[in-house]
Design a protein around this ligand. Structure first.
Ligand SMILES: Nc1ncnc2c1ncn2[C@@H]1O[C@H](COP(=O)(O)OP(=O)(O)OP(=O)(O)O)[C@@H](O)[C@H]1O
Ligand SMILES: [Mg+2]
Ligand SMILES: [Zn+2]
Length: 458
């Protein structure tokens, strides 16, 4: 082996390095995640001869900042997730499963951005012709969009400096390659080094750079932790294979909140914004079916209604099954335990399947009360009327605890035509009831308070 080249093993999950292959990563605990990589080191002599640069620091006061430094993408949902648009000089990583629409959304925004900006789209994956076909389908005709098919990151960085575009898209980081590194494209070392080059370019030229990243089988971008540190914004585009809509979330954002979510629908002409996700999630809801209840969760600043379904059936043999899709599995078990201990509903010989309709994920405790109601409804086989909605966190004593943004949630339910709303009693005290005519708001202290209502529907 040539001098200065060494083999080591890198954890593909967290980037931890070991001299020998190990079954379990001592850093992040992942199993079978080590891959062999050859690393080339800069010879000592070259290091010493590198010139020492003159440095100068700037007073914070003298650094200019304006909010106009954000570019609007033309997709309101994307702008919102970004915290109001694209910030100049930022490196934005867009991750997602194969075929979810990463290239589509980035090509799409070129049309709007291209009206005022020069865009460079670097593709390491698709040919110019393929890109042209997609652009034609999406109606992207901007003359200020240039396409470069290249994978050598240093050449690309050089080209960016020379051609000085206003915005750059790199599709995808896993195909990029730094030839001085011995490891192949897509490995942790390559991905990290290529991202660092792009980060320096973005900062030096003060231009935004989008980077597409594929996710591995666990749903993480290759070398996720190492990458997430380097970039400024991490976005994930998610969606169910069988369904046409896609959700965009920020996992990290140096320029905005991370709890905002954008909703899109995939069509022939690309991703279309869904301004009213609640309506979409509730469409096609079954009528007069037991085991269904509507939840209201906050996604950032926006309340969203979603249907929770519970199927409760007799266990065939052995241990009862617990399946939860779109709702935390442990939280489901907790709610089952609370219902058993505090309300006297025994699920120990019953299989329980909980599903949040539409591939939506409820990760807010405010959905607890809804899940509990759909479980009871499913168990007793009693239909909860269509115009009922419920939200509230459940405590271990069976009490319902106040949640944030109660007024916004009720308003959204009212807007969509719901007539009755069960909320935690503690929330009720602080609400101004005058704003909610047309919807009956009922405060509940514990899960026991709602049960007579359900039984009354029999
Ligand atoms: N003619 C078409 N009509 C409607 N939808 C289409 C059409 N062609 C492609 N699509 C949609 O676009 C998706 C592919 O989008 P795109 O290539 O942007 O995904 P990607 O995330 O970049 O994937 P990859 O990881 O493979 O690069 C397909 O899964 C499909 O849903
Ligand atoms: Mg793609
Ligand atoms: Zn690890």
């Amino acid at each position: 082996m040539a001098k200065g080249i060494k083999t080591s093993y890198v954890c593909s999950e967290c980037g931890h390095r070991e001299p020998k292959w190990t079954g379990k990563c001592p850093d992040c605990g992942a199993w079978d995640s080590f891959v062999e990589e050859t690393v080339s080191f800069v010879p000592e002599a070259a290091k010493q001869s590198a010139p020492v640069r003159e440095l100068s620091a700037v007073s914070l006061e003298d650094i200019s900042f304006k909010d106009e430094n954000r570019y609007k993408t033309g997709l309101g949902e994307l702008d919102r997730v970004l915290g109001g648009g694209i910030v100049k000089g930022s490196l934005i990583l867009l991750g997602g499963d194969p075929g979810v629409g990463k290239s589509t959304i980035l090509l799409q925004i070129c049309e709007h951005l291209g009206k005022v900006l020069n865009i460079l789209y670097v593709s390491g994956e698709e040919s110019k012709r393929q890109l042209k076909i997609r652009a034609a389908r999406l109606g992207v005709t901007s003359a200020s969009l240039s396409i470069l098919t290249e994978t050598d990151i240093l050449s690309i960085a050089g080209y960016i400096e020379k051609s000085s575009p206003d915005i750059v898209i790199i599709d995808s980081i896993q195909t990029m390659n730094m030839s001085s590194l011995a490891s192949s494209p897509g490995t942790v070392t390559q991905v990290r080094e290529c991202t660092s080059v792009l980060q320096r370019t973005a900062k030096a030229l003060d231009i935004p750079i989008f980077v597409v990243g594929h996710v591995n089988k666990d749903g993480n971008i290759a070398g996720p932790k190492v990458l997430e540190h380097i970039v400024d914004v991490v976005l994930y585009l998610e969606g169910d294979r069988g369904l046409s809509y896609r959700m965009l979330r920020a996992v990290k954002n140096r320029y905005g909140a991370t709890n905002e979510m954008g909703v899109f629908e995939m069509s022939d002409s690309g991703l279309e914004e869904v301004p009213n996700p609640s309506e979409m999630l509730l469409s096609g809801r079954p009528v007069n079916t037991a085991g269904s209840c509507i939840a209201c969760v906050m996604e950032g600043t926006r309340p969203i209604l979603a249907e929770v379904q519970a199927l409760v059936s007799k266990t065939g043999f052995g241990n009862p099954r617990r399946v939860s899709t779109g709702f935390d599995y442990n939280r489901l078990n907790l709610i089952l335990a609370i219902l058993e201990k505090r309300a006297g509903y025994y699920f120990s010989n019953l299989d329980v399947y909980v599903n949040v309709v539409g591939g939506f994920r409820l990760d807010e405790p405010a959905a607890d009360l809804t899940v509990a109601l759909s479980l009871i409804s499913g168990m007793l086989d009693i239909v909860i009327p269509d115009d009922v909605i419920a939200f509230g966190e459940m405590g271990l004593a069976g009490e319902t605890r106040a949640v944030s943004n109660a007024a916004e949630r009720i308003s959204e339910a009212k807007r969509l035509g719901f007539k009755r709303c069960f909320i935690p009693a503690n929330n009720l005290k602080k609400l101004d009831m005058r704003q909610f005519d047309g919807i009956e708001v009922i405060g509940v202290k514990s899960i026991g308070d709602v049960i007579p209502f359900i039984k009354g529907q029999r």
